[in-house]
Ligand binder design. Structure first.
Ligand code: NAD
Ligand code: TYD
Length: 349
């Protein structure tokens, strides 16, 4: 079977103004300059038009719109043969506060996209899901056939979108590929997530709020490696209807990451503040991504040691990117999320 060709095609990237979506757009056009990218993005608090600065204007159509809006979706998808859906409400803590928005975008939005993709007859639809759909994995690592047991409103909504996209393959033959990636880090990650929050707080000598014991474990993958896996799956032959885990096999707990960041920034451990835990905090996620490697040959190229140094350097060099964010509505969010949080004596679970 032949790989699908991207040459001269239109590719719709929803959520392309967010963290992973924007990194994907930059990478796609660097490798395939003849592709035309359409970004559909609602520019929520997490989406930034400037994340696409540097993309040649002739290669990009930006549609400011919502994936829940069939008209905006039809406008954006017109003429596109490839679709990648990154658009989502993506932060677990916010999903605990406002779960409804997550269900709206991460489930209903996927429905609107799938309907239009079916009508248009796209060649491939990549639904960017997450390893959090498996829920807490205390031992071993989840393969794609593991049961889904999402435990946060974010993870549950993503599981809904994940299986809805799959249902469009089973029912209507929409050529869907579902991906479940572990935690990403890298440039332009919105500073509500662990790595960018702690890097930017530490630069400003602000406390680093570690939830509970700080022993919660995640697998950490550099965003470029995630984007390369997605690029591979966008065109790889014969994988319609398949689900692929994407991971680095590099598990770290929050305290180890925190210590690494403090060391790289030459800041003291006294910045660590143990605070009241996140409700329902999943202790561990771990995915087995051997299927992706076996089928496509993809493997991660960037070690955590290298990727985290590069990421810290990026945040140091790009204060003009994150300072305005942290001074705006983010302050209200931060006060709401962290202001009333009980400080723990030290590492209580
Ligand atoms: P992000 O929050 O940085 O970006 C989300 C983007 O989607 C933003 O640009 C936002 O404006 C846009 N958006 C939100 N709601 C929308 C709507 N209704 N219509 C149109 N656009 C909308 O998220 P991210 O970290 O870049 O994650 C991208 C995708 O990857 C998400 O689907 C997420 O579930 C998945 N994922 C993320 C990680 C991670 O570690 N960040 C890991 C695995 C999977
Ligand atoms: P996060 O970046 O929110 O990703 P996710 O919960 O989707 O994996 O959090 C990563 C880990 O860091 C998770 O175990 C929660 C923890 N964490 C803190 O300890 N303090 C914080 O302020 C944040 C945002 C996260």
């Amino acid at each position: 079977m032949q790989e699908l060709s991207l040459g001269g095609r239109r590719v719709l990237v929803t959520g392309g103004a967010g963290f992973i979506g924007s990194n994907f757009v930059h990478r796609l056009l660097a490798l395939h300059p003849d592709v035309h990218v359409v970004v559909l993005d609602a520019l929520t608090y997490a989406g930034r038009r400037e994340n696409l600065d540097g993309v040649p204007a002739s290669s990009l159509t930006f549609v400011h719109g919502d994936i829940r809006d069939p008209k905006a979706v039809a406008t954006a998808m017109a003429g596109c043969e490839f679709v990648l859906n990154f658009a989502a409400e993506s932060h677990v803590d916010r999903s605990i506060e406002t779960p409804g928005e997550f269900i709206q975008t991460d489930v209903y939005g996927v429905f609107v996209l799938c309907e239009e993709a079916r009508r248009v007859g796209v060649k491939r639809f990549v639904q960017v899901s997450t390893d959090e759909v498996y829920g807490e994995v205390l031992e071993g690592s989840s393969t794609e056939d593991w049961p889904l047991n999402p435990r946060s409103p974010y993870a549950a909504s993503k599981a809904g979108g994940d299986r809805l996209a799959y249902a469009y393959w089973c029912t209507y033959g929409l050529p869907v590929v579902v991906t479940r990636c572990s935690n990403n880090y890298g440039p332009r990650q919105y500073p509500e997530k662990l790595v960018p929050l702690f890097v930017t707080n530490a630069i400003d000598d602000e406390p680093l709020p570690v939830y509970g014991s700080g022993l919660n474990r995640r697998d950490w993958l550099h965003v470029d490696d995630h984007c390369d896996a997605l690029l591979t799956l966008l065109t790889f032959a014969g994988v319609e209807g398949e689900t692929f885990n994407i991971g680095a096999q590099h598990e770290l707990d929050v305290l180890t990451i925190t210590a690494t960041l403090l060391r790289l920034l030459d800041k003291p451990g006294t910045l660590i503040r143990y605070v009241e835990d996140r409700p329902g905090h999943d202790r561990r996620y771990a995915v087995d991504s051997s299927k992706l490697t076996r089928v496509t040959g993809w493997t991660p190229r960037i070690s955590f040691e290298e990727g985290i140094v590069q990421t810290v350097q990026w945040f140091r060099a790009n204060e003009s990117w994150w300072r305005p964010i942290k001074q705006g509505d983010f302050r209200v969010y931060y006060e709401r999320m962290y202001g009333q949080r009980r400080v723990l004596a030290g590492g209580q679970g």
